[in-house]
Every structure is written in C-alpha cells, then in structure tokens.
Write a protein that binds this ligand. Structure first.
Ligand SMILES: Cc1cc2nc3c(=O)[nH]c(=O)nc-3n(C[C@H](O)[C@H](O)[C@H](O)COP(=O)(O)O)c2cc1C
Length: 226
C-alpha cells in the first residue's frame, strides 16, 4: 500500500482496521497519465462492489465510468460536476457516477433499500481501493439532470453520487484554501452522539467510555510527549 506524508489517515478513538483508518477523501491526485495498472485495478474495485450485500440480493447498483484515456467519456462525466468540485477533480484520472435502480426487477415495487445498497457497494469499493493504493473522493455536488442527459440514464434509475479516483497527489498543487483543507485534521462525532442504548437518546457507551482505555490518538500523543 502507498503510504506517504501526502496522506491524511483517521485518528480513531478505538482501534480500527488499517484500511478504514487509511481511507480518506483527497482533492489532490497525481497528475500522471492514467496507467494501464490503474485501469486494471478498476476490475478489482468493481469486483469488490459486486460482492456487497443487498436487500433480496437485488444488486441495484450501476456505475458509469469515464477515464482520461477516453476523453469523450471523461468530459461527459466532468461536465456534470459543479464548479467547486471541478476545481480539484480536474486532476483525477477516473470519474465515476453511481446509479441506483429504484424498483425491484421482479415485482416492480419500490425498493426502499436501493440507495442503502448502492452505498454498501461503494463502501466495498472504497475499502478495496484503499488496499490498492487508489484514493476515492465522492461527490454529491453535481447536476443530476446533466448526468441523466449526458450519460443516458434511463427512467427508473436514480443517479446517486459521483466519485473521483486516482493516486494521491501533493496538497501544494491545490489552490490555497483547498490545500489547507487537504491537510486539516479530520473530525468525527463521538460514539455517544449516535449509538443509543435500547431507545433513542441515551448514548450506549456513555457510562462505559470513561472506564475504557485512553483513546488511541491520546495514547499516541502520550508517546510523543514522553
Ligand atoms: C455522498 C457524498 C457526497 C459528497 N459530496 C462531496 C462534494 O460534492 N464535494 C466534496 O469536496 N466532497 C464531498 N464528499 C466528501 C465528504 O465531504 C467527506 O467524505 C467528508 O468530509 C469526510 O471526509 P473523509 O472522507 O476524508 O473522511 C461527499 C461524500 C459523500 C459520501
């Protein structure tokens, strides 16, 4: 796995798998031309997506891929992005749109888990990508209408999110404010705020947390201090 100072891993409170720790959403991508190796990895990434669980094994996920090797494909995807995302995504060698089929293929009834299941598939893809040294930045900032038009998305299918994929680049290649964000400490809510005991409201870990071992990040800091 590629590990350089250009990365920005999570600082978890409790131990987590390295692949989850190392996944993040960079804006700077290496500007090298797309290598065949990168494209080869796409097989593995989408194979990982393929093996995600889904409601009734419906597998409601679809993906439209545009790589720089095929400028027409790439541009059709790129044109869907809003200005703020275009600013940095322009260096990513591969763009992807995830799409959900919103009804069950058999019954035609609404599949209310379709978006969830597309997210599951993308989650698998992210973990596989991290293992391969490929970084992925998801984007909700795009025009759904433009995507429908440019990418010929049929009725009954819902564009979900776009993704920029590539190898990590240097924060310095980004415009000032974005470069600072790239290196900012990544934050998360605490477990107490979103895991509840028995019913909504009381944090599941509230009472036990104080007895738990010090947070991993705190342990690291203690090591650095000593
Ligand atoms: C569905 C979705 C939409 C997102 N949309 C954007 C976006 O339009 N532009 C952007 O820069 N980041 C976008 N992000 C990235 C999030 O901002 C990012 O995941 C979050 O800040 C946590 O950072 P991390 O992924 O590095 O842990 C999106 C992420 C997801 C999952």
């Amino acid at each position: 796995m590629i590990k350089t100072s250009r990365e920005n891993p999570a600082r978890p409170d409790f131990p987590i798998h390295d692949l989850i720790r190392d996944r993040w959403s960079p804006r700077a991508f290496a500007s090298d031309p797309v290598e065949t190796a990168t494209l080869g990895r796409l097989f593995e990434l989408f194979e990982a997506a393929r093996w995600a669980p889904s409601s009734s094994n419906e597998q409601p996920w679809y993906f439209v891929v545009g790589s720089r090797e095929n400028p027409g494909d790439y541009d059709r995807l790129f044109q869907c992005l809003n200005e703020r995302n275009r600013e940095w995504a322009v260096t990513a060698p591969v763009l992807v749109l995830s799409v959900a089929r919103t009804a069950f293929a058999g019954s035609g009834r609404t599949n209310r888990h379709a978006l969830h299941d597309v997210g599951m598939a993308v989650g698998n893809l992210l973990i596989q990508a991290t293992a391969e040294g490929v970084r992925v930045h998801q984007m909700g900032g795009y025009s759904v209408e433009q995507a429908r038009q440019n990418l010929l998305i049929p009725e009954g299918y819902e564009p979900v999110a776009m993704m920029a994929l590539g190898y990590p680049g240097d924060a310095e290649q980004l415009p000032g404010a974005l470069a600072r964000r790239e290196q900012a400490v990544r934050t998360r809510k605490s477990l107490e705020e979103f895991v509840f005991r028995g019913a909504w409201g009381q944090g599941y870990f509230e009472s036990s947390r104080s007895k738990a071992e010090p947070a991993v990040a705190d342990q690291e800091e203690a090591l650095h201090d000593s």
